[in-house]
Design a protein around this ligand. Structure first.
Ligand SMILES: *Cc1c(COP(=O)(O)O)cnc(C)c1O
Length: 500
């Protein structure tokens, strides 16, 4: 049988084809970048769906230009750009160039980090980055008198904070193997990330397993309330399996009081997981590392490099205070990682098997930029949020829930005449309609993107600032657009007119 055309295979014989393809792709991308003039194009789901549905996947286009043109029509032309200063919606960051260069290598070489014999040096580079992150956390050098001097921190790169949190809770579950699932409880703040609830489901503990601990006025877990919850649960014969403290909540960037929570974890002999998916970047901040004081007393920590280390998705890690804690995810297979393997196998620590060399992105970033510069980017976006808040808090039409803790601002548009009016007069439903309308109008216009959230059942908007190149003027411009659209939409809502 004749061999099929093989020039598509990454192979030295096809180096010219590879180079030409990547160059053409790069030119295409740069051409786009040059034309981007806002975070979105306002495309509706129906428009996007129809375009994608029209493609016949069984009939290839053949020529590269046609393939790229089609891709742009389906996606790139309407893509949401996180480097645009008026993109201020979710926890997405613009990415740093050394990490993008790494992506080319990661994908082309395609090492798999499950075993040494599929990654060689990659295994050790990932391990060094885990050790480096653990050192930044303070693991291994803990002043905690009860911690063992023998501890050897470890961890693993994961696909994201959701997977890191799942693995942390799986490890915590492993420590309580003899306790029936229905008695286990996980304590997380009411503002904690929903991946904790999902993890409880996946672990077969059910929704009832997650106890929601009230937060204080700054949206931080209230340790007194945590203590009451722990005491109440144990008196009912339930077993605290884990406390999840959040270092940087998704909405408010609030950092739970880690030292007080660590004391309670110790007192109740409970696993302490710190979800620093968002706040993890503080580990390299030259000025704000202190905000994470107490994180070294955790049993496990989630860090999302693809949030505050400016890495492309996916890049996250779960770090544990001691290698022995990873035992629940170790399984030996004769065909991959036999018990008597003579080489180090990262699969022994992971819930994934085949796994990308995402660590290379952080590696090239650190070797090119160094940690301090990443930390300065983190400081920059935190200072940006503070400046925007200071300059916008008095603006008519805007109502902020709180001063920023990290780099988010939760606020809403309230028609100036109605500000300060008692809640029953200005219907919450109308305000929700108004603010959702503002958000939709911003997206549709393509000029700016903000997120939405609820606080105590009330609809709010949210700015998440992760772009160190954005200026206060850029973000104040977004808030001006919010006020313009808000005033326009309010004028169309009869009940708001009445409230005035
Ligand atoms: C983003 C986030 C997560 C989830 O991380 P992914 O990388 O999106 O899976 C978990 N916890 C917190 C606090 C987050 O902000």
């Amino acid at each position: 049988m004749p061999r099929p055309p093989l020039h598509h295979v990454f192979h030295p014989e096809n180096a010219d084809h590879y180079e030409a393809t990547v160059r053409t792709g790069l030119q295409h991308l740069l051409g786009h970048l040059d034309r981007v003039d806002g975070p979105s194009r306002g495309t509706t789901p129906a428009e996007a769906e129809a375009r994608v549905a029209a493609v016949d996947l069984d009939t290839p286009l053949g020529d590269l230009d046609g393939v790229l043109a089609e891709m742009s029509h389906l996606w790139l032309d309407d893509a949401v750009w996180f480097h645009e200063p008026a993109y201020a919606a979710h926890l997405n960051c613009p990415v740093v160039v050394p990490a993008l260069l790494a992506e080319l290598f990661v994908a082309s070489v395609n090492s798999s980090l499950d075993t040494f014999d599929q990654s060689v040096g990659g295994t050790y580079m990932e391990r060094r980055l885990i050790e480096w992150t653990a050192e930044r956390i303070g693991f291994g050098a803990s002043a905690d008198v009860l911690a063992s001097a023998e501890e050897r921190p470890d961890g693993i790169f994961t696909s994201g904070g959701t997977q890191s949190n799942l693995q942390a809770l799986l490890l915590a579950r492993g420590r309580m193997q003899r306790v029936p699932a229905e008695r286990l409880r996980i304590f997380a703040s009411a503002d904690g990330h929903f991946s904790v609830q999902k993890a409880a489901r996946m672990l077969g503990l059910g929704d009832i397993a997650v106890v929601s601990v009230p937060v204080d006025a700054d949206h931080r877990m209230d340790p007194a309330a945590l203590e009451r919850s722990l005491a109440a649960s144990t008196s009912l014969g339930l077993a605290p399996m884990a406390i999840v403290a959040t270092a940087g909540t998704t909405d408010f960037g609030a950092i739970d009081p880690l030292p007080a929570i660590a004391d309670l974890a110790r007192a109740y002999d409970t696993w302490l997981h710190v979800d620093a998916a968002y706040g993890g970047g503080l580990l390299v901040s030259p000025t704000r590392r202190g905000l994470l004081d107490g994180i070294d007393r955790a049993d496990s920590v989630t860090v999302d490099y693809h949030k505050t280390f400016f890495q492309p998705v996916s890049s996250s890690a779960l770090i544990v205070r001691d290698v022995s804690l990873l035992a629940p995810v170790t399984w030996h297979a004769d065909y991959l990682n036999p018990r008597d393997a003579q080489t180090p196998n990262q699969v022994d620590k992971s819930i994934q098997t085949t796994r990308r060399f995402d660590a290379l992105k952080l590696w090239l970033t650190l070797r090119t930029m160094g940690p301090d510069l990443i930390g300065e980017y983190v400081d920059t976006v935190i200072e940006l949020a503070a400046e925007v808040y200071a300059r916008a808090v008095e603006l008519p039409g805007l109502e902020f829930v709180a001063a920023p803790s990290l780099s988010t601002l939760v606020f809403r548009y309230v028609p100036p005449g109605a500000q300060g009016v008692a809640a029953p007069v200005l219907d919450e439903q109308v305000l929700a309609q108004l603010n959702n309308g503002v958000r939709g109008a911003l997206y549709a216009s393509g000029a700016a993107m903000v997120a939405a959230t609820k606080v105590e059942g009330r609809q709010y908007l949210k700015l998440t600032l992760l772009n160190p190149m954005a200026t206060a003027e850029d973000i104040l411009g977004v808030l001006d657009l919010v006020r313009d659209h808000g005033a326009r939409i309010a004028a169309e809502l009869p009940r708001v007119e009445v409230a005035r």
